[in-house]
Design a protein around this ligand. Structure first.
Ligand SMILES: Nc1nc2c(c(=O)[nH]1)N[C@H]1C(S)=C(S)[C@@H](COP(=O)(O)O)O[C@H]1N2
Ligand SMILES: [Mo]
Length: 511
């Protein structure tokens, strides 16, 4: 047993624990995927998100932005690996303890699967149990090689017959089978998404042609339209709900004359509207990138509500997503004439799973957490006084109109020479419209920026400013005005409870 590799020096017990655990998890993931069950690993991650306190969530989004989920998953994976290693170390002397720890980990995961609201938790649990049995058998078999005849760990005493090389090969093989199961599970779920085979009917009301000049000819400036792949993603669902179109139903009920239930085909058969709308997250810090502009196609929410027939007294719609979220939206924003949509397409293609397939809400002028429900399954016409929603339960305000705001995107780096420097960015005040943007350098006077052509009052607007830069360090600030003539506020506030304020600021050193 004189393997000189790094692997060779790893303690065998933990190696056996990790190998057996990876095998069990891989098998469980694969079976869950094949049985259309909830992924045991993602269910665990989802539960962790649910139980994470708000301050920590905010810190995670602030620090890692939209990478918060991969990082959370990596943490869950690391903790799991560490616990598997401990189980392996225990199993060398006392197989029962090792197996017991596997069972304990399995029980925690089973609890997470039971709490799963989005998918098929039962099939996930069956898969988990099978994976658990296989993992425990592998753990016992692998660690048996490490025990001497009299229950003494082989490593310490190198008893006859212990061959570390063949042990490591066995452990590596077991790990590889588990990893293959995990990859297989990914492939199976990725192939299942049906959206690519769907065709979106031609809208009765297409989006207006893009006005000339919405795009300023400036290299490196944020494009007017955000490609789907670059579109920010914020939700509580680590486990992206996979909604089967055959089973999909949208229920509209509450304070209505006739509750209705619509299938996906029912929605496609209604008049479709296509609109460009910039949506934005209330968690967006000043200068942040949790905002994007897309072309959405869908049914007008007011058309659906009219079909159901509104009765007196309602002031809100409570919507529910397949991930279990509840969101409260002022009824007025859905009926006052703006194009609030039950969107089925983004940029002409069916919604992607990440952005709410098959149906999501898009409401011009309101932050996502009070309006942009993804994987929408239920609309209840109600009163704000009669319900609580997911985020308002967590301290965010019940109403969330988007605040007038702007962002400085250029210059991205310190200008290397004095003279003309292009300062540019985007500004938004959805459903009021942006009328003016100003820039100031080093607390000097506010100077007007050049605005790109307005697409609509529901979309952001690019702006630019030519700055005669002098050598040294400078502070650039910008502010936007909405069409009522009101400038954004300069007083600084954090995202909670209803959206960050303050001037975007960039400090650069010239020369
Ligand atoms: N079902 C569901 N819908 C949701 C959320 C969610 O967690 N679950 N998050 C909301 C929030 S906070 C925002 S900002 C937008 C983000 O939409 P996007 O991920 O498509 O950019 O979705 C909203 N809709
Ligand atoms: Mo959000």
């Amino acid at each position: 047993m004189t393997s000189g590799t790094v692997l060779g020096r790893l303690p065998s017990g933990p190696v056996a624990g990790i190998a057996a655990g990876v095998l069990g998890l891989g098998v469980a993931e694969l079976i869950a995927a094949l049985a259309r069950g909830t992924s045991p690993l993602l269910a665990l991650g989802d539960r962790v998100i649910d139980l994470t306190p708000r301050w920590l969530k905010e810190a995670a989004v602030a620090t890692f932005g939209t990478a918060d989920k991969p990082i959370l998953l990596a943490c869950v994976a690391l903790v799991t690996l560490a616990l598997l290693a401990v189980a392996g170390a225990l199993a060398v002397r006392r197989p029962v303890l090792g197996a017991g720890m596997f069972l304990l980990l399995g029980a925690v995961d089973a609890a997470a699967l039971l709490a799963d609201r989005a998918g098929n938790g039962a099939a996930g649990i069956v898969a988990l149990v099978i994976g658990l049995v296989i993992g425990i058998v592998a753990l016992v078999l692998l660690t048996r090689r490490l025990r001497g005849p009299g229950e003494t760990p082989a490593e310490a005493e190198a008893p006859d017959g212990f061959d570390r090389r063949s042990f490591l090969i066995a452990a590596a093989a077991v790990t590889a089978v588990g990893a293959a199961g995990g990859v297989g599970a990914k492939v199976v779920t990725a192939r299942r998404h049906p959206a690519t085979r769907l065709a979106i009917p031609t809208p009765v009301s297409p989006a207006a042609p893009l006005p000339a000049g919405v795009e300023l000819p400036i290299k490196g400036l944020t494009p007017h339209l955000t490609p789907v792949d670059d579109f920010y993603r914020i939700d509580i669902a680590l486990l992206t709900p996979r909604v089967d179109l055959a089973d999909y139903r949208l229920t509209i009920h509450g304070l209505v004359d006739n509750p209705i239930e619509l299938t996906y085909e029912d929605l496609l058969a209604m008049p479709l509207y296509e609109r460009r709308v910039t949506i934005c997250c209330v968690s967006n810090e000043v200068g942040g990138d949790l905002i994007g502009n897309a072309t959405w196609t869908g049914v007008r929410i007011r058309d659906v509500l009219r079909r159901a027939g509104l009765t007196q007294g309602a002031d809100a719609v409570k919507s529910t997503g397949a991930d279990g979220i509840t969101i409260g939206t002022p009824l007025e924003a859905l009926t006052d004439g703006r194009d609030s949509l039950l969107a089925i397409a983004q940029d002409g293609e069916p919604l992607t799973p990440d952005h709410g397939f098959p149906v999501r809400m898009v409401v011009p002028g309101l932050y996502g957490y009070v309006s942009a429900t993804k994987w929408l399954t239920d609309l209840e016409v109600t009163r704000f006084a009669d319900f609580r929603a997911y985020w308002t339960d967590r301290g965010w305000s019940a109403e969330g109109p988007i605040k007038t705001q702007c962002r400085i995107d250029l210059p991205r780096e310190n200008p290397d020479a004095v003279g003309e420097v292009t300062v540019a960015g985007v500004a938004w005040a959805q459903h009021r419209g942006v009328s003016r943007v100003e820039v100031r350098i080093d607390d000097g006077p506010w100077q007007p920026a050049t605005l790109a052509a307005e697409d609509s009052i529901d979309t952001w607007r690019q702006w630019s400013y030519r700055w005669e830069a002098t050598a040294g360090e400078h502070r650039i600030q910008a502010r936007a005005y909405d069409r009522t003539g009101t400038p954004q506020t300069g007083s600084e506030a954090p995202p909670a409870p209803d959206g960050a304020t303050g001037y975007p600021t960039r400090t650069v050193t010239v020369g």
